[in-house]
Write a protein that binds this ligand. Structure first.
Ligand code: C5P
Length: 233
């Protein structure tokens, strides 16, 4: 099991491209994230392929449905052997508690993580769906609800991590995308932090996609990121 906080986002449509990249990565160095695009294309078979190569996998399907359905979905994810699975905190306390209870009954128990406010949502988007709090206030509110419901942590922007750690403690895991090594292209991300900055701000796991997947030498890109973390430790 890797000691490192790196989770590589496998944002591929084509499973064979994904496996080509994975063959250049080391399961002792990184974990992998499978999201909606790859899972919808390749199904549970892709998880088997990644697990057979000894990788731990974050299944990023952001479940949001009635409590019974979400409980069944996270149980299915647990049976697939994933390391981490996530659900929308805005599904409410009963939905999150049902998911917690389902995982507690499973023989293999993935970490159960909440999505608070998608970072693509602006204050205006929230108002349109009837939320009058600011995005920052809504993140804190939903993270509190997630913790009360027994979730293991939340996905959040690295900018939110200091306040989340302060309010919810060091054992509440914070998983942050929007990370760019110093000098790397920002792509479509805004307000990025470097891996070292994100860890210093309180992130526990860093979700990084293109700086690794689009690198000429992905293994080398991982090593460079890990070295940058050690240099700043
Ligand atoms: O390539 P890049 O490092 O930007 O990939 C980041 C990953 O994190 C993608 O899979 C993206 O969907 C995900 N993500 C994000 N911002 C969020 C939530 C998830 O970039 N707020």
């Amino acid at each position: 099991m890797p000691q490192s906080p790196l989770i590589v986002a496998l944002d591929y449509e084509d499973p064979s491209q994904c496996i080509e990249l994975v063959e250049r990565l080391d399961p002792k160095q990184v974990r992998l994230k499978v999201g909606k695009e790859l899972f919808t294309t390749a199904g549970p078979a892709i998880l088997e392929q990644l697990h057979s190569r000894d990788f731990e996998v974050f299944l990023d399907l952001k479940f949001h449905d009635i409590p019974n359905t979400v409980a069944k979905a996270v149980s299915a994810a647990a049976r697939l052997g994933v390391w981490m699975v996530n659900i929308h905190a805005s599904g409410g306390e009963r939905m999150m508690t049902a998911a917690r209870e389902a995982i507690d009954k499973a023989s293999h128990q993935p970490l159960l993580i909440g999505v608070t406010v998608l970072t693509s949502m602006t204050a205006e988007d929230l108002h349109q769906v009837g939320v009058s709090r600011s995005p920052e206030e809504q993140v804190m509110h939903l993270a509190g609800l997630a913790q009360q419901s027994g979730l293991d942590g939340v996905v959040c922007s690295a900018r939110e991590t200091p306040e989340l750690k302060r309010q919810f403690g060091k054992d509440f895991a914070l998983i942050t995308p929007g990370i760019r090594p110093a000098g790397a292209a920002a792509d479509d991300q805004r307000r990025t932090l470097t891996p070292a900055e994100a860890l210093a701000a309180g992130s526990d796991y860093l979700v990084i996609g293109r700086p690794i997947t689009a690198a000429a030498e992905p293994a080398r890109a991982c090593e460079d990121i890990l070295a940058s973390l050690q240099a700043n430790a």
